[in-house]
Design a protein around this ligand. Structure first.
Ligand SMILES: Nc1ncnc2c1ncn2[C@@H]1O[C@H](COP(=O)(O)OP(=O)(O)O)[C@@H](O)[C@H]1O
Ligand SMILES: O=c1ccn([C@@H]2O[C@H](COP(=O)(O)O)[C@@H](O)[C@H]2O)c(=O)[nH]1
Length: 271
C-alpha cells in the first residue's frame, strides 16, 4: 500500500510505511542535544510510549561511529583517538539508514559503548516507522549528503564553559573517564574539532536554540511547529497526538531575543 504525504514543499512516497518529518539536532558536546530531544518528546506526549508505538523517535549520531582498527583501538585506550573528527563516523551507513527511515522502513541500529569506544552490536535498537524522527549529534550537519535529508535543522548553542562544566561530571560518572582523561581529550581533540567542524555548521540551522533545554520558549515553539506539521498530515488524527503546548505568553513579544533565527522565517521548509 502506498503512503504519500506532503512534507513541506516536497511530496514523498513511502511504499513500505510512514515517511517521517526528519529533524537534525546539532551542537557541541554536552550542549544539551539529548536533553532538548527528550523535552520535545515529553511535550509531544511520547516519552512514556512503547518504542513500537511511538510517533516521535530519537536517534543518536553516536550509533554511527565506525569500527576502529586495532591500532586505533590502542590509541583510543590511551585517549589519543579523535572521536570529534568527521572521519570517526561511518557517513555511508548514516546516509543509508536515514534514507531507509525516510522510505518508511524498519531499521536497526546499535547503541554506543563509551567506556569501550565501540558499538554494542548485540544491543540493537529497532526504529519503527514514525511521524517524526530526531537525529542528534555533534556533526549531523557536517556531511552535505546527510544534511540535505533534514526537513528542519536545529542547533543547540550553549557556551563552551557550560558545556565543559557539564561534560566533566558526565564523562566521569557515566562514561568511565578520569578527570585528567576528560580534560586532556577536551584540550587535544574536543575543543579544536568543535571549532573546526561543528561550530561552522551552525550556519545551516533553521533555528538556533541558545541555552539548550533551559530555553522553554524555543522548545515550545518547535513543539508547536511539529504539532502543526503532524496535524496537516491527514493520516494522523488529532487526538492520537500532541496535547496543546502552553506557550509562555509574556516572552512571546521578545522572541527575537530568545531564538536566533538563521534566515528570513522562523522555520524553513525542506530544502
Ligand atoms: N539545561 C540544563 N541544565 C543542567 N544540566 C543540563 C542541562 N542540559 C543538559 N544538562 C546535563 O548536561 C549533560 C549533557 O547534556 P546532554 O543533553 O546529554 O548533552 P549532549 O546530548 O549535547 O551531549 C547531561 O549530564 C545533562 O543532564
Ligand atoms: O568513544 C567515544 C566516543 C565519543 N566520545 C565523545 O562523545 C562526544 C559526543 O557525544 P555528546 O553526547 O554529543 O557529547 C564527542 O565529543 C566525543 O569526544 C568519547 O569520548 N569516546
Amino acid at each position: 500500500m502506498s503512503d504519500t504525504r506532503l512534507n513541506g514543499n516536497r511530496k514523498m512516497s513511502a511504499p513500505e510505511g510512514k515517511s517521517p518529518f526528519l529533524i537534525g539536532v546539532a551542537g557541541g558536546t554536552a550542549s544539551g542535544k539529548s536533553t532538548v530531544c527528550k523535552r520535545i518528546m515529553e511535550k509531544l506526549g511520547q516519552a512514556e510510549i512503547d518504542n513500537k508505538q511511538r510517533q516521535v523517535v530519537c536517534i543518536a549520531q553516536d550509533s554511527f561511529y565506525r569500527d576502529l582498527t586495532p591500532s586505533e583501538i590502542a590509541k583510543a585506550a590511551k585517549g589519543q583517538f579523535n572521536f570529534d573528527h568527521p572521519d570517526a563516523f561511518d557517513e555511508t551507513l548514516m546516509k543509508t539508514t536515514l534514507n531507509d527511515i525516510l522510505a518508511g522502513k524498519i531499521v536497526t541500529i546499535p547503541t554506543y559503548d563509551y567506556k569501550n569506544h565501540a558499538l554494542k552490536k548485540n544491543e540493537l535498537l529497532t526504529i519503527y516507522p514514525a511521524d517524526v524522527v530526531l537525529f542528534e549529534g555533534i556533526l549531523v550537519f557536517y556531511f552535505p549528503e546527510v544534511r540535505k535529508l533534514f526537513h528542519m535543522k536545529l542547533f543547540v548553542d550553549t557556551d563552551s564553559d557550560t558545556r565543559l562544566a557539564r561534560r566533566v561530571p558526565r564523562d566521569i560518572n557515566e562514561r568511565g573517564r578520569s578527570l585528567d582523561q576528560v580534560l586532556n581529550q577536551y584540550m587535544n581533540f574536543v575543543k579544536p574539532a568543535f571549532e573546526e567542524f561543528c561550530s561552522p555548521t551552525k550556519k545551516f540551522a533553521d533555528v538556533i536554540i541558545p541555552r539548550g533545554a533551559d530555553n522553554h520558549v524555543a522548545i515550545d515553539l518547535i513543539v508547536q511547529h511539529i504539532r502543526e506539521i503532524l496535524s496537516n498530515n491527514p493520516r494522523i488524527s488529532e487526538e492520537r497526538i500532541l496535547p496543546n503546548t502552553q506557550l509562555h505568553s509574556p516572552a512571546n513579544h521578545s522572541l527575537s531575543n530568545k531564538i536566533a533565527l538563521n534566515g528570513e522565517a522562523v522555520f524553513k521548509r525542506p530544502h
